[in-house]
Design a protein around this ligand. Sequence first.
Ligand code: PGA
Length: 255
Amino acid sequence: MIRGPRPLVAGNWKMNGLRSSLAEVAAICEAVAAGRAGRAEVVVCPPATLLMAAAALCEKSKVGVGGQDCHAEPGGAFTGDISAQMLRDAGAAFVILGHSERRSGHRETNAMVQAKVKTALRAGLSAIVCVGETRAEREAGNALPVVGAQLAGSIPEDAPPEGIVVAYEPVWAIGTGIIAKPDEIAAMHGFIRGEAGRRLAGQRAGARILYGGSVKPANAKEVLSLENVDGALVGGASLNCAEFMEIAAFYRQVT
Ligand code: PGA
């Protein structure tokens, strides 16, 4: 029985990858064409310099490409920034917004993330909106309210659920090799399902909810089989086709 929306496995390359890394993109396309991701949708988010080349490689495959950020304004005098329309023009269908590395390193607030999400949706992109608590917030018992506030502040009221993917990424699990416990993930994803359902009202299927933070081949099965987990946002392990596809291969066994 197929339950929930189509799963999504997205790779976030961050500021990693040079032209030579496009070989990994080509290998991912081959693996997906060979059915190694089952019914999951696979998306690669390389650095902006590789986007056009990655999109060209993926054009004839079922692999999508995404950007890692965009500006809230549609265009103009913003040196060094990239617009949602530029990502779309380069061949992207997705953009990651509100990643914790941008929330902390670039002081992005929920309001800023929401403005970016609106611009991205207007440009025809789907937004992968990242939320997640810090270790201190979890230890203080505030994980749910923190994530609730991030969802309420970052996702526009009228956003179409098919244009929104929520990625729950506990900050303390990103790049640390420490993954949240199954009961923590299940509780948070159930909470997000309810909150997103309320915000994106009237929509039956609802937004997809990904888990992110130290997802590796060794823990993928445990995470991806949890209720309300519709896929993964993968950082480090997405840089290598073999590792990334081993994670996506979970969906070969699931119909
Ligand atoms: P990680 O990163 O898989 O390397 O922990 C995930 C992310 O930041 O999206």
